[in-house]
Design a protein. Structure first.
Lengths: 174, 174
DNA sequence: GGTTTTATGTCAGCCATGTTGACCAAAATT
DNA sequence: AATTTTGGTCAACATGGCTGACATAAAACC
């Protein structure tokens, strides 16, 4: 059995590899959000506002509950941010046509402009990374990220993708 | 020139692909940190404590300045966390032998145990993702993450890798 | 060698954003 | 009519960023 590997060393290398992933994830996320954070700071906003704006822009007419499902925060936290965004004219709430309890959320022109600006800087960063890494690396990147998700999140992401493909909600920004 | 592509559609696909990256990054980071956050909450700690513990464990004898360089936060923010960790017996500070202004940081046994526990849950998640995605995907994952970094961070990460390989600092936990 | 400058770290207090808990109102359900 | 669901509000609290003021050690300068 000459092909038995030195287990100790293999485990060491494995741990090093995992730690490398952990660290890179930390640094990459920090830098990935950094530029957007700066833009947001100019407007006295934070990441919480960004996340709300992003997912409202991506899903016009989304309800507060649905948004809560995506963000995984409490309604009190979200409420604070939404109030601010309505106040500053980035978001409008329309009473649901079927269920009048619901407040369907839409970006205003101002909100759309900010969303575009934020997504542009983050997209630019991704475009550079994708370009440098190459197509097959991008494929691998997606697969690993997918594997990092909780099962529940994985399902959610799939559902979001489906919903987006199939139909846009009726509404001003449709 | 029959191979000119329909630009409009290509751009649309490109934007969709970039948005997919942006979203996956958000979800993956959230889930990636979630388990560790729970463990930390048990001990009345947060992510800031985790980051300090992680990088001290990884670089025994690191100075506060060096740690600040890694974390990109203010010294005041770090100081608060370090004081708490010394208080709870997770970290010890030794005056620098050359430059007596410095406080070299080390994990205690307790600190090491917590670090190991936290790194284990995060490592397990990465191990699963890596296993499912396959080796070449992992390679691509690293390359894309690398490309997402600020230039300055990329250099830093390299330097850290070097320092770790070449020599361990003298100290109790060497 | 004493003074200034630089490096390093601490204390105090502010702000954003997460949390719980208690409670209210409107609409839908039974 | 009573209950449940949905959404909102107020209050209080914790974490972890931030700035400003300050203390001390080391280095640089005259």
């Amino acid at each position: 059995m000459a092909d038995i590997k030195p287990i100790g060393k293999a485990l060491f290398l494995r741990e090093e590899e995992l730690r490398r992933g952990i660290e890179m994830m930390f640094f990459a996320y920090r830098d990935f959000t950094g530029e957007a954070d700066s833009i947001l700071a100019e407007q006295n906003m934070g990441r919480a506002h960004h996340r709300a704006i992003y997912f409202i822009g991506r899903n016009p007419g989304i309800t507060v509950s649905e948004l809560l499902g995506i963000l995984n925060i409490t309604k009190q936290s979200l409420s604070r941010v939404l109030s601010a965004l309505v106040e500053t004219g980035h978001v409008v709430q329309h009473t649901g046509p079927e269920d009048r309890r619901q407040r369907l959320l839409y970006l205003t022109e101002t909100g759309n402009a900010l969303e575009a600006r934020l997504t542009e800087v983050q997209g630019r960063r991704f475009a550079k990374a994708y370009r440098e890494a190459g197509m097959s690396a991008v494929e691998g990147f997606h697969r690993v990220l997918q594997g990092l998700l909780d099962d529940r999140t994985g399902q959610q992401v799939d559902e979001l993708g489906q919903a987006r493909q199939s139909a846009y909600r009726s509404g001003d920004d449709g």
